[in-house]
Ligand binder design. Structure first.
Ligand code: SF4
Ligand code: SF4
Length: 91
């Protein structure tokens, strides 16, 4: 199990989520972040940090965003890690 970044993340200008992650799970795509599910320890620290509620536990991802579960798993290893807050992501 792991957290999943979903559609509201597109174009985020804050990246507050990455700073609190103790396992450096976040990776930076072109305009959205991805969580690598393997190192994620389900601590849920990232969930309240996201101002647009883009992060869900894998079991709680809304139906319309289920594709993001696999997308995070596939894309995280292909994108550079991000561990510090940065502004802005390309939108
Ligand atoms: S805080 Fe993180 S997960 Fe939330 S929208 Fe911004 S980059 Fe995406
Ligand atoms: S649940 Fe914890 S370990 Fe997993 S991505 Fe969020 S902050 Fe990182």
């Amino acid at each position: 199990m792991a957290m999943v970044v979903t559609e509201p993340c597109f174009g985020c200008k804050y990246t507050d989520c990455v700073v609190v992650c103790p396992c450096d799970c976040f990776h930076e795509g072109k305009s959205i972040l991805f969580i690598d599910p393997d190192p994620c320890i389900d601590c849920e620290a990232c969930i309240p940090e996201c101002p647009v509620a883009a992060i869900f536990h894998e079991d709680d991802v809304p139906e319309k965003w289920h594709d993001y579960i696999e997308l995070n798993r596939e894309m995280a290893p292909l994108c550079p890690q991000i561990t510090e807050k940065k502004t802005p992501l390309a939108s």
